[in-house]
Ligand binder design. Structure first.
Ligand SMILES: Nc1ncnc2c1ncn2[C@@H]1O[C@H](COP(=O)(O)OP(=O)(O)O)[C@@H](O)[C@H]1O
Ligand SMILES: [Mg+2]
Length: 261
């Protein structure tokens, strides 16, 4: 049997509210449900991925902050979620001071990369990035094989993408890694809105095969699920949101397989 490779993916876009966390949680859950062992790393001080996976702030004993700043063994910070095959490293507001606290640390760009090397048992690691191209996001990029970019289906969807692409290139060159943009996924798509369809055409024209075929629809169910600490596969298993994230997960796995050949 082929030994599975650990694949590390940053879910990033410096814009807030574009669907990063929703995508991280639900795509990870969809892939875990297929039987792959998946780890989500919450790297946003807002801790939305942690909350969305049902881990309240009181239950976050060791967080991403402890791993990055205090250098605790990353394996101590990994907790199991209620979803089979899905584990999590939580975060909380402590993480907002990581940037400043690591300022004089020579290895500050590769804190996460060095830590993740000690993680063994996972097939896929998804890092939910903060809405900024700051030190945390650079750490995520430095640790990752690829970046997945959620784009909100709105007029300014492509704005900011060139800056993100530049940052990916800078990290790749500075650290000698082979980081690449694995894909772009359109989120919060409302097919009744004519503009959304124009945005899709525009994004596909510009980014071609980089754009996932799967589009995530705008549905209130996706925004309700996190307040129950549930993924969409539990909260509304037969709805459009779950269907879309299952499809996105399957598409991700197919792309990944092609790349590993
Ligand atoms: N497809 C969707 N349909 C409806 N609401 C969504 C959808 N995706 C995300 N949301 C909601 O929009 C807000 C921002 O999404 P989130 O995933 O937290 O974005 P980000 O992590 O990029 O800041 C959240 O309240 C979330 O529940
Ligand atoms: Mg988020």
């Amino acid at each position: 049997m082929r030994v599975k490779l650990k694949r590390i993916v940053s879910i990033a876009n410096q814009k807030g509210g574009v669907g990063k966390t929703t995508t991280a949680i639900n795509m990870a859950a969809a892939i875990a449900t297929k039987g792959h062992k998946v780890l989500v790393i919450d790297l946003d001080p807002q801790g939305n991925a942690s909350t969305g996976l049902g881990i309240s702030p009181d239950n976050r004993e060791y967080t991403a902050y402890d791993v990055l700043v205090d250098g605790i063994d990353i394996n101590k910070a990994i907790i199991k979620t209620h979803v089979k095959n899905l584990s999590l490293i939580t975060s909380n507001t402590d993480l907002s001071s990581a940037d400043a606290e690591l300022m004089n640390d020579k290895g500050r760009l590769i804190k996460l990369r060095n830590a993740i090397e000690k993680v063994k048992e996972f097939d896929y690691v998804f890092i939910d990035c903060p809405p900024s191209l700051n030190l945390l996001t650079i750490n995520a990029f430095a640790a990752s094989d690829s970046v997945l970019v959620p784009l909100q289906s709105e007029f300014y969807a492509l704005e900011g993408l060139s800056q993100l692409i530049l940052t990916v290139r800078e990290v790749r060159e500075a650290l000698g890694t082979s980081l690449f943009i694995d894909g772009v996924v359109l989120t919060m798509f409302d097919k009744r809105v004519k503009l959304a369809q124009q945005v899709e055409v525009d994004v596909r024209d510009n980014l071609k095969d980089l754009v996932y075929k799967t589009i995530i629809p705008r549905t209130v169910r996706l925004s309700e699920a996190p307040s129950y600490g549930e993924t969409i596969l539990e909260y509304d298993a037969s709805g459009r949101g779950a269907e879309a994230y299952v499809s996105l997960g399957a598409e991700f796995l197919i792309r990944d397989k092609v790349k590993q050949r």
